[in-house]
Ligand binder design. Structure first.
Ligand code: ACO
Length: 325
């Protein structure tokens, strides 16, 4: 048995912050941000919204499209690095909001690779029969952990949520290959120093602004390009297809230059690569399911297509999935 994606859904917060808005907040320019990242604008949550609220909207959207109710779901996994609170999980809060009383619910922290991590776990539940229908969500409110005085990071991060419903299938369709990887040696490339058990928040932390995400962007960039190409090549090989047989690559939306470099190394024309970073920025675990939903809704994916998901992020973590739609 394989796991297949029954439906996709997403939710994008209403508030837009453009590069021109950021020009008024930090020493940056629309030109720098566009050229270096590909981002033109991003979405930010309302004051009364938390991660589970975004996850809820994306989940309802996916459930409706599948013609299901929350009672049909027996597994909920939320991929996030920005849960509503440290305890309990965002997934349990989402379960309550959905009224999904038959589901077991938990979070996964795989940073920007989080959605592929969650999909990988859910796929095993479905394949082994431990779950019948899974709701897999990537949801983030990175704006709450962004230092809006630090130009090296505040131009990148954003909020949003995407979701998919998984079900078992005996046909030649669904997730053919899914592999996830980690290397903790480079944990400090992207991290939030305070707010966990190592450095609880106190006055010094607040003064030094250590309760925000920090990134060694340039070093991360170099590892990301190389690793993403390698993981996609390995996944294609495992799936027994050439890159020319791929119909769509849906990469994590961290930087347009990473995406373009990856496409070039794989000899993939950009028409076969899903890009929406210009509108939404880097939404970490939410970026792939949002892009997948947009591709699905706009008719970019057809039944039988070979679709590749690939991500790289803090941890370091990375992974890819080959899906026959
Ligand atoms: N506006 C203007 N100038 C800026 C800005 C800004 N917003 N940010 C940095 N600069 C300056 C720097 O200070 C530096 O100036 P200097 O040359 O005078 O020292 C110059 O621009 C170049 O800085 P770099 O950091 O070398 O710029 P780079 O081209 O590497 O772009 C970026 C930075 C966009 C962060 C890029 O490195 C990147 O995308 N990295 C990878 C991100 C990634 O993949 N992350 C993983 C997922 S994220 C997650 O897991 C949450």
């Amino acid at each position: 048995m394989r796991a297949k994606i029954l439906s996709t859904g997403s939710y994008i917060p209403e508030r837009v912050i453009t590069n021109f808005d950021l020009e008024k907040m930090v020493d940056t320019s629309d030109e720098w941000i566009t050229e270096r990242t590909g981002i033109k604008e991003r979405r930010i949550v309302a004051d009364n919204q938390a991660t589970s609220d975004l996850a809820y909207e994306a989940s309802i959207n996916a459930l409706k499209k599948a013609g299901l109710t929350s009672q049909d779901i027996d597994l909920i996994i939320v991929a996030t690095v920005t849960p509503d609170m440290l305890v309990p999980s965002a997934a349990c809060i989402l379960q309550m909001k959905l009224g999904a009383s038959k589901a077991v619910a938990f979070d996964i922290n795989g940073a920007c690779t989080g959605f592929i991590y969650a999909l990988s776990v859910a796929e095993k539940f479905i394949r082994t029969g431990a779950a019948k229908r899974a709701l897999v969500v990537g949801a983030e409110t990175l704006s709450r952990f962004t230092d809006w005085t630090d130009r090296s990071i505040c131009v990148l991060l954003a909020d949003g949520a995407g979701a998919v419903i998984l079900e078992g299938t005996k046909k030649d369709e669904g997730i053919k290959v899914i592999d996830i990887f980690s290397d903790g040696n480079m944990w400090d490339f992207i991290h939030m120093p305070a707010g966990g058990s190592k450095m609880p928040v106190d006055e010094t932390v607040l003064k030094k602004r250590l309760n925000f995400i920090k990134m060694r962007g340039n070093e991360t960039f170099k590892v990301a390009v190389k690793t993403l190409e390698e993981v996609v090549v390995a996944t294609l090989q495992k799936g027994g297809i050439e890159s020319s047989q791929l119909n769509l690559l849906v990469p994590h939306q961290a930087n347009i230059r990473i995406i373009q470099a990856m496409a070039k190394r794989l000899s993939l024309p950009m028409e076969k690569v899903m890009v929406n970073i210009d509108k939404y920025g880097n939404t970490s675990a939410a970026s792939i399911p949002i892009a997948l939903d947009e591709a699905n809704e706009s008719g970019k994916i057809k039944k039988g297509d070979n679709v590749m998901l690939a991500a790289f992020g803090a941890g370091l973590t990375w992974g890819a999935a080959l899906i026959k739609w």
